[in-house]
Design a protein around this ligand. Structure first.
Ligand code: SF4
Length: 398
């Protein structure tokens, strides 16, 4: 394994420190940053506006490492899943989810807009929807933050892998860079591009791992993604999802510029949540919601609550009523996801009619609630299904 630093791991401050250590002016760091994160240079030879001397010195200390595509799977709905190999032979996954998005929102009120895509059920008759809401393409990338995961959510395929290691900022960024390159090279009639457009529009940290458990690296990668010298990605189109790591949420609340937050709730009583998401034994529902309430939200921003419906476990009428009570006073929306079965999972998927019924009951509590249709479940790319399998398995987490 190389002892050299991966240039993609270094934020602007770290690059500046390196450049100064090598005896060069700090402005050189900006040039290098742009080469690495905007031009996506893979070698020092490409960095033509740097002196030969600086390039030689940099090459002694650093290199640009990238992920390799180990497997590509394409779903009939245009969803694409990539198994990626790290430099030390670990496997992670990222998923591209195309969706036509129906609504008339402006950029400013594209609330947690990354998740509003997937075939949300709207209270508008289908035959009127196209006329009322102009459709626009949307391509969401689900990004991994860790190799495997240390948490043990009972409904999640990734949990079965256990924890491997943290992904570095460069490995997180490289998932996005790879995906951007892939999408840019797709022919116009490709199903992913037809349904999702020609660019990645939204990023959700909902792949493998608990992002707030890898706080520093995830935030460093996000800082690079939104940097004007990097991808200049809108922070409003980035969402970090947590299973309920309260200290991480508290830290997140202190960030000067925040992306969107999604909380994977999945139960309305501690008894059920203790079983479905063992992290609840450490930070229960009250502690979790208390931490969420402390996040200063900008105008028209909301916290998303993901709720995976597990047949007979958390999908009763009483759960729907409790959910309304729990979230009262929090600017929020709820995404309902019918559980995506995978081998070894101890839960079943509720019927579609039951999901609608649950939705109506939650709606009656005054909450904004959407049903997210499963995407890519024929390639194990749907919610709760990421487990490095090349097979019949199916989808994501919350
Ligand atoms: S749902 Fe998320 S936090 Fe829970 S085990 Fe799966 S990857 Fe980890």
């Amino acid at each position: 394994m190389s002892a050299k630093a991966n240039l993609r791991d270094l934020g602007s401050d770290e690059l500046e420190a390196l450049v100064r250590e090598l005896g060069f002016d700090r402005y050189r760091a900006n040039q290098i940053f742009r080469w690495v994160h905007r031009q996506r240079a893979l070698s020092f030879e490409e960095m033509t506006d740097l002196s030969k001397d600086l390039r030689a010195k940099l090459a002694e200390r650093a290199e640009v490492r990238t992920l390799e595509i180990d497997l590509e799977q394409i779903s009939k709905d245009g969803t694409r899943k990539y198994r990626l190999r790290t430099h030390d032979g670990r496997m992670i996954e990222t998923v591209l989810i195309p969706a036509k998005d129906a609504r008339n929102e402006t950029e400013d009120d594209s609330l947690n807009d990354d998740e509003e895509s997937d075939a949300e059920v709207k209270a508008v008759p289908e035959h009127l929807e196209n006329a009322l809401f102009p459709r626009r393409a949307k391509l969401t990338q689900c990004v991994s933050s860790q190799v495997g995961c240390a948490l043990d959510c009972n409904f999640c395929a990734t949990a079965q892998l256990g924890f491997g290691r943290q992904l570095s900022p460069g490995e997180i960024l490289d998932q996005v860079y790879l995906a951007q390159k892939i999408v840019a090279a797709l022919p116009p009639d490709d199903p992913t591009r037809r349904a999702g457009g020609d660019t990645i529009s939204n990023l959700v940290f909902m792949g493998m791992g608990e992002p707030l458990h890898n706080y520093k690296n995830v935030m460093s990668a996000i800082a690079t993604l939104v940097s004007a010298h990097g991808s200049h990605f809108s922070r409003r189109r980035i969402t970090v999802s947590t299973a309920g790591l309260v200290p991480g949420i508290q830290k997140f609340a202190q960030e000067a510029t925040r992306v969107n937050l999604a909380v994977s709730l999945n139960a309305t009583t501690d008894e059920v949540r203790d079983e479905v998401m063992p992290i609840n034994r450490k930070w229960n529902i009250a502690a979790l919601l208390d931490a969420v309430r402390q996040i200063p939200l900008e105008r028209r921003r909301r916290v998303t609550f993901e709720y995976v419906l597990l047949a007979g476990v958390n999908d009763s009428a009483a759960d729907a009523v409790r959910l309304g009570k729990l979230l009262r006073g929090i600017p929020s929306k709820v995404n309902l996801i019918a559980f995506n079965p995978h081998p070894g999972a101890p839960y079943g998927r509720p019927a579609a009619a039951h999901v609608r019924e649950f939705q109506s009951l939650v709606q009656a509590q005054g909450l904004a609630v959407y049903v997210r249709a499963s995407r890519g479940d024929d390639i194990a790319a749907a919610c709760g299904q990421l487990a490095n399998q090349a097979t019949e398995l199916v989808t994501l987490r919350t």
